[in-house]
Design a protein around this ligand. Structure first.
Ligand SMILES: Cc1cc2nc3c(=O)[nH]c(=O)nc-3n(C[C@H](O)[C@H](O)[C@H](O)COP(=O)(O)OP(=O)(O)OC[C@H]3O[C@@H](n4cnc5c(N)ncnc54)[C@H](O)[C@@H]3O)c2cc1C
Length: 264
């Protein structure tokens, strides 16, 4: 790692001031992505601005839409929250399946979506449920927030403060794990919002995306077993040492069917 400074601001305003004063400063939350990146010398910020313990980012509460989860809530806290478990049980289950115990007790929802790793679990729920991402500047719809692999609509110095999800009990997240990292080789979040089906896929390699053809197929009342014949564009998938694009597409179809089969 390079030499670098470290500050722990007492408020969002103080964090923003630090970022404004130094354009080489970088936010750190759980550090579960950023620390390995720094250790591998793939980034060289001048200082880390630690927002992990800011009270303003650390609550889960009921709102008109459903629930609001502060950006600093860890995956373990989301998984254990009675509010999340009651209002969006599939989201609690998703958080409880991220990485291992250390990752879950340090990593945060804000860090995960700001990082937008194409294999990260949360973006699938954010997109499938039509969640809203709150920052210090604005409210962004899910589809406007994610902008491809490791890219989001966040401007330099903008901080994710919370994510708002609609209540939804008709949803299921399933992932096909890479046994080494426990990241998803492919993950699918399937939900029914009223009469509308929503299916979001991660792990394809290019970033989270919706399988619109399958959603339309299901909205017409067609059978889950017919999904094999529904087009799923291969350009959404890339191959690597863990699996080819064709393999990932096949897995996506299989686990979509399994996730949908759990909905009543
Ligand atoms: C071995 C391993 C296995 C993992 N398995 C999984 C898995 O199965 N599923 C999964 O989804 N993830 C997995 N992860 C990733 C993990 O969930 C991370 O916690 C998450 O990606 C980043 O969250 P963080 O709070 O640690 O962010 P950090 O590492 O602190 O930050 C990540 C990035 O986000 C920025 N950032 C942080 N907070 C904010 C904010 N509030 N606003 C704006 N920018 C911000 C930082 O500047 C940095 O660029 C795994 C990681 C490891 C190392």
């Amino acid at each position: 790692m390079y030499d670098l400074g470290y500050s722990r601001p007492a408020s969002i305003a103080e964090a923003l001031e630090l970022l404004q004063q130094d354009d080489m400063a970088q936010l750190i939350s759980g550090g579960q992505t950023l620390m390995p990146v720094l250790r591998a010398r793939l980034a060289a910020p001048s200082q880390l601005v630690d927002i992990a313990r800011l009270d303003d980012l650390r609550q889960i509460r009921l709102i008109d839409l459903g629930i609001e989860i502060g950006a600093g809530m860890t995956h373990a806290e989301v998984a254990a929250s009675p509010i999340v478990r009651a209002k969006v049980p599939a989201l609690a289950a998703l958080a409880g399946g991220i990485g291992d115990a250390q990752i879950r007790h340090r990593g945060t929802i804000g860090g995960s979506i700001a990082n937008n790793d194409p294999a990260a679990c949360y973006p699938s729920a954010v997109i499938a449920l039509g969640a809203r991402v709150k920052t210090n500047l604005r409210m962004l719809d899910a589809e406007a927030f994610f902008a491809g692999m490791f890219t989001t609509a966040l401007e330099p110095g903008e901080i994710v403060t919370a994510v708002q999800f609609p209540a939804c009990v008709e949803a299921c997240y399933l992932k096909f794990r890479n046994p080494a990292s426990r990241f998803a080789l492919v993950g699918v979040f399937a939900a029914r919002l009223g009469s509308e089906h929503r299916i979001a896929i991660i792990g394809g390699g290019n970033g989270v995306f919706r399988w619109h053809e399958a959603e339309q197929h299901l909205d017409r009342g067609a059978d889950i077993d017919g999904l094999d014949a529904v087009p799923l564009d291969l350009s959404n998938f890339t191959g690597d040492i863990h699996g080819s694009a064709e393999y990932r597409r096949h897995i996506a179809t299989v686990i979509t069917r399994r996730a949908l089969a759990t909905l009543s």
